[in-house]
Design a protein around this ligand. Structure first.
Ligand SMILES: Nc1ncnc2c1ncn2[C@@H]1O[C@H](COP(=O)(O)OP(=O)(O)OP(=O)(O)O)[C@@H](O)[C@H]1O
Ligand SMILES: [Mg+2]
Length: 261
């Protein structure tokens, strides 16, 4: 990553706070995400990590502070608008249509890219069919990339959790995002599955240039794949920097790394 590339900030949090009744989930948090980087958010349970992702993709509006995305200050952005502007995400507990198969789940990620609605399909059958074929091809490329051909027709609810996480990544990739938010993408995975997932995430970042913000508890994964790390504790940012610097930061060791989690 060259310095000039790193200067392009795709997302900025400036003094962001958010409260739910008496609970303050984030308190005056500021950080920047440079374009094309892999940024990890770490911290103990309840630190506000998922809340930060929810604020980025418009599920929650900050109580205070500003968010800048692609150079513009965002006002009240909703998840749909965030998606239109190139933000896709996966969820801590996997959000897929459990009764549908892998291909159809990934296809739902193409929704925003589909121009033809039902009426158009009736009127212009040819173009709509061509569009459908193009979407199917895009989905097949993702299936190939994520090495899930063998489960392409399997009902997702029957897949082991690790593979469901992979399908969910596929669904997010189908939207061709500029920024990908991953909430604990390796949770519940064995070592081999984690290694595969790391490889996919790095390939997406390197080959497509997608900016990635991920939450992860496994420090060896964080060290391996992130360009920079943000550490939250009780809703406050307590450290930020290159993985090595953060790992050796006494505040981080005391709050997180030195304690079992
Ligand atoms: N919708 C909500 N309503 C009320 N409180 C909430 C809501 N969302 C989050 N919180 C609270 O905000 C705090 C931060 O939660 P968050 O889910 O962001 O933590 P986290 O860092 O992702 O934790 P974990 O590692 O357990 O996933 C917690 O105290 C949580 O209970
Ligand atoms: Mg969480």
């Amino acid at each position: 990553m060259s310095e000039s590339q790193a200067d392009n900030i795709i997302l900025g949090f400036d003094n962001v706070s958010i409260s739910f009744g008496a609970v303050t989930a984030l308190t005056q948090v500021s950080f920047e995400v440079p374009e094309h980087e892999v940024v990890a958010i770490i911290g103990p349970n309840g630190a506000g990590k998922t809340t930060a992702l929810n604020v980025i993709n418009g599920v929650y509006q900050p109580t205070q502070g500003t968010i800048t995305y692609k150079g513009e200050v965002r006002q009240g952005m909703r998840p749909h608008q965030a998606a239109v502007q190139g933000i896709a995400r996966t969820f801590q507990n996997v959000a897929l249509f459990k009764g549908m198969n892998t291909v159809d789940n990934i296809m739902t990620g193409r929704n925003l890219k589909m121009k033809s609605n039902l009426l158009m399909q009736g009127l212009y059958w040819g173009p709509a069919q061509r569009e459908e074929i193009a979407h199917r091809q895009a989905v097949e490329k993702i299936i190939d990339f994520l090495e899930i051909e063998s489960v392409r027709k399997t009902i997702v609810g029957r897949l082991p959790f690790g593979l469901q996480k992979r399908v969910e990544l596929g669904r997010a990739l189908a939207a061709e995002p500029d920024m990908l938010l991953l909430d604990e993408p390796m949770a519940g995975m064995n070592l081999e599955e984690k290694e595969d997932m790391c490889r996919f995430i790095l390939d997406v970042n390197e080959e497509l240039g997608t900016t990635i913000v991920l939450i992860e508890h496994d420090m060896s994964v964080v060290m391996d794949i992130s360009d920079r790390v943000i550490v939250l504790e009780y809703g406050r940012k307590i450290s930020e920097g290159k993985p090595d610097a953060v790992r050796n930061d006494q505040k981080v060791i005391d709050a997180y790394l030195g304690v079992p989690h």
